[in-house]
Structures are given as structure tokens and as C-alpha cells.
Design a protein around this ligand. Structure first.
Ligand SMILES: N[C@@H](CCC(=O)N[C@@H](CS)C(=O)NCC(=O)O)C(=O)O
Length: 206
């Protein structure tokens, strides 16, 4: 059994979608970020970095409990455990990890900063909004160009697609017209049509 600590945000949805896709047994523990539950001593024992998602796999891979945070590491672990969505071929595996890291190091943090400066910041900072909007648009162009030549980020549907989808799904909140990026829109529709993706987007139920 996998204990899954999450909330209704893109990094949480990545793991929720993966758990639904793999059908690994799990139970959900909502961590209400609005109520600052990520700072509770119980949760800090699981993730000292006070962020969701986190998991505790009670069996691990060797019968011993394994506690993990950082969504990219969790996706990698679950792919290994389920034997799904990460190719065993070293070349394909490296390409999948490249796009997973691209999400973790670029699309997630830059979209997060754009959302903060355009929607949440208490004082308007046009230079920050401009900087992050241009960077996010550049990242959309990179994804679009790749997907113009490839059905998915790696060869087949993988943890790279699962990591990127919940972030690209924020395009409206970021005021980026997705239909300016035809191939990315095609991929988005394909992802959105997957039943496990839709189920994952309902977790946690709040
Ligand atoms: N790099 C981390 C980022 C996790 C993250 O930023 N989580 C946000 C929600 S999407 C969070 O829990 N924020 C609460 C906080 O920073 O206090 C990952 O991919 O797991």
C-alpha cells in the first residue's frame, strides 16, 4: 500500500495520474496547503521541504517502507515499481528522463513564478511578469516544436508526458493561448482524453 500525500495542484496531479495509470494500490492523505498543513510536524517528517507531493510506500521494493518527496523522483520510482511508462531501453529511458527534468527544472518553476507574479503578488511587478511570460512562451515553443515531430515527449506515452500535462493544463490561468501551439494542443487533447488522467485530476477529492 502506498500512502499518497497531496493537494489540488499540478505537482500533486502528476503523481495522482501516475497512480491511476499504473493501478498500484494507494490511499490519499490530503494536505491542505491553504490551511498550511504542509508545515505540520507529522508532514515535515515525510517531507522536510514542506511541499506536496510525497509518498510512503509501506512495502518499498525490498519489504521496507520507503518515504519519498520530489514529484520527479516519485514518478521514476513508481515507473520502476510498476514496470510501466519508462522504457527499459537505455536510450529511450535517457530521453524520457531528459523531458522529465525539463519539466522539473523549467516548465514547473517558470509557470509557478508567472502565476505568482501575474495573479498573486501583492504589488504589480511588470518586469517580473514580462520576464516569466516570455520564458514560459519560449518553453511552449520548445515543446511545440518537439511534438510537431513526435507523438509524445519520448517514444511512447511515459512519465515525461505525465509530468508535463498538469503544468501545460495551467495555460488559461497563465493567459497563454494554447491554440497558438498546434502540436502542443494536439498532444494536450490526446492526454486529456485518457480516462486515468481524468481520474487523477479528481484526486484529492475536497
Ligand atoms: N519540486 C517539487 C515542487 C513541489 C511544490 O512546489 N509543491 C507545491 C504545490 S504544487 C507546495 O506544496 N507548496 C507548498 C509550500 O511551498 O509551502 C516537486 O516537484 O515535488
Amino acid at each position: 500500500m502506498i500512502d499518497f500525500y497531496t493537494w489540488t495542484t499540478p505537482n500533486g496531479y502528476k503523481v495522482a495520474i501516475m497512480l491511476e495509470e499504473t493501478q498500484l494500490p494507494y490511499r490519499v492523505h490530503p494536505v491542505n496547503l491553504g490551511q498550511k498543513e504542509q508545515f505540520s510536524p507529522e508532514f515535515l517528517r515525510i517531507n522536510p521541504n514542506n511541499k506536496i507531493p510525497a509518498i510512503v510506500d509501506q512495502e518499498g521494493l525490498d519489504g521496507k517502507p520507503l518515504s519519498l518527496f520530489e514529484s520527479g523522483a516519485i514518478l521514476y520510482y513508481l515507473a520502476h515499481k510498476a514496470g510501466k511508462f519508462l522504457s527499459k531501453d537505455p536510450r529511450q529511458c535517457a530521453i524520457t528522463m531528459q523531458w522529465l527534468m525539463f519539466q522539473m527544472g523549467n516548465v514547473g518553476p517558470m509557470s509557478g513564478q508567472l502565476f505568482y507574479f501575474s495573479k498573486l503578488a501583492s504589488e504589480p511587478l511588470p518586469t517580473a511578469v514580462e520576464r516569466y511570460r516570455e520564458e514560459v512562451k519560449r518553453l511552449y515553443r520548445v515543446m511545440n516544436e518537439h511534438l510537431a515531430k513526435n507523438d509524445y515527449f519520448a517514444n511512447d506515452y511515459s512519465i515525461a508526458d505525465i509530468a508535463l500535462f498538469p503544468w501545460v493544463r495551467r495555460y488559461e490561468a497563465l493567459e497563454i493561448p494554447l491554440n497558438d501551439y498546434g502540436a502542443l494542443q494536439r498532444w494536450y487533447n490526446q492526454m486529456d482524453a485518457r480516462p486515468a488522467v481524468q481520474r487523477g485530476l479528481q484526486i484529492p477529492k475536497v
